[in-house]
Design a protein around this ligand. Sequence first.
Ligand SMILES: Cc1cc2nc3c(=O)[nH]c(=O)nc-3n(C[C@H](O)[C@H](O)[C@H](O)COP(=O)(O)O)c2cc1C
Length: 192
Amino acid sequence: MKRYVIGITGASGSIYGKRIIEEISKTGNETELVFTKNGKDVFLYETGYDIENFTDELCKNGAKININSNNDLFSSIASGSYKFEAMIIVPCSMGTLAKISYGISDSLICRAADVTLKEKRKLIIVPRETPLSEIHIENMLRLSRAGAVIIPPVPSFYGRPSTVEDIVNNTVGRIMYSAGIENKLYTEWGEK
Ligand SMILES: Cc1cc2nc3c(=O)[nH]c(=O)nc-3n(C[C@H](O)[C@H](O)[C@H](O)COP(=O)(O)O)c2cc1C
């Protein structure tokens, strides 16, 4: 069994975080979940689900999800000695992205991301903002140079998506593949 850290912040695009939690749960792997206050509020606003009720329901059906408070810097994921495969911040606000890019570890999400980078584990950031300012782009560049993988939620259209679900799955599949989780959520170019 593998363990993944999922961070959810207050950028638009909570649906991506929701779908990734669902998909990891289907694999039988474990999720360490942490969300910001605005992450919880935007999740409710955009998906109609309270994030804790949503994960409770998944756990009743066998999912292994542990919720960590973003204020709890004593949490296991705040330490490099606690093993996990990868951390995915999805969606990632420009505020959280900026803090991580400057090594400001004053919340659990930022500290866990800092730990992921220092341990040379995979940190996947799914930033969401448009248009992007020079500050946003510089912060992403700094994170990319530090080893993070930046996956903006930008779908491809050569798979000819016909629903919003297809479009969301395209990005979810790419994020999961980058985290080392095989899936069939998107069409590979050249796939028969
Ligand atoms: C409905 C809604 C949508 C938002 N969308 C974005 C967004 O796409 N990108 C972003 O950087 N901030 C967005 N924000 C603003 C962030 O929530 C805000 O900057 C917050 O302080 C981020 O804090 P956090 O990273 O701790 O969640 C949005 C806010 C609301 C209420």
